[in-house]
Design a protein around this ligand. Sequence first.
Ligand code: ADP
Ligand code: MG
Length: 249
Amino acid sequence: MTSATRQHPLVELSGVQKWFGDLHVLADVDLAIDAGEVVVVIGPSGSGKSTLCRAINRLEPIQQGEIRVDGELLPEEGKALARLRADVGMVFQNFNLFAHKTVLQNVTLGPVKVRHRSKGEADKRARELLDRVGVGNQADKYPAQLSGGQQQRVAIARALAMDPKVMLFDEPTSALDPEMINEVLDVMTSLARDGMTMVVITHEMGFARRAANRVVFMDGGRIVESADPETFFTRPTSDRAKDFLSKIL
Ligand code: ADP
Ligand code: MG
């Protein structure tokens, strides 16, 4: 189904509740993300941002509520879950590349195993994606031979190789040296312009202003504010958001 004919949000969380023991980490979270939307999630450390992201591809189970991806309820386990996860690309702070595989192998593994592409087809597409993120000439190297910024761009290419419907980014530039942050943000900005649906946890407010359709501010496991970036950054309504912004801007 194309985004033009899709009747439902691409990602939809309703009444989501999650506890770690006594700690209420996701407190009645409702969030609907349309195809092509770029949502930046911000908030203090420990506010539940990573848990929210991980819940969307069920790396974290939830205790109450519903999460749907492209209209389908997240399955509990098994093949259905693997299929659904393949639609949700994830990029982490620490790249998480396979250290003993080359850059090219990192990008082709998922498509061959999960999407059942032929090796030739997967190689061709991987090289296109590596070119696109600016590391086409690193295909035969191992992750440790690359800079952090290059590794993170490979991780983005690896996620894209699965043809995900949505991409989740959990602080993708937090582990990078300052001079490498922009090369990763530039790739993400270009993805956003190309219409990729994205959920991005980041402290990079320049990226949020430039690329986000919506900023979601979390505190204490709740979505406290949700607004377009212009409104959020110039006229935040809650004291908690005002306080957070005064500390980071
Ligand atoms: P954020 O990404 O906003 O910093 P997290 O989603 O990582 O926040 O964490 C939210 C809260 O849940 C924090 O208080 C954190 O310590 C706690 N937490 C996260 N993962 C676990 C876990 N596996 N077990 C227990 N508590 C956890
Ligand atoms: Mg986090």
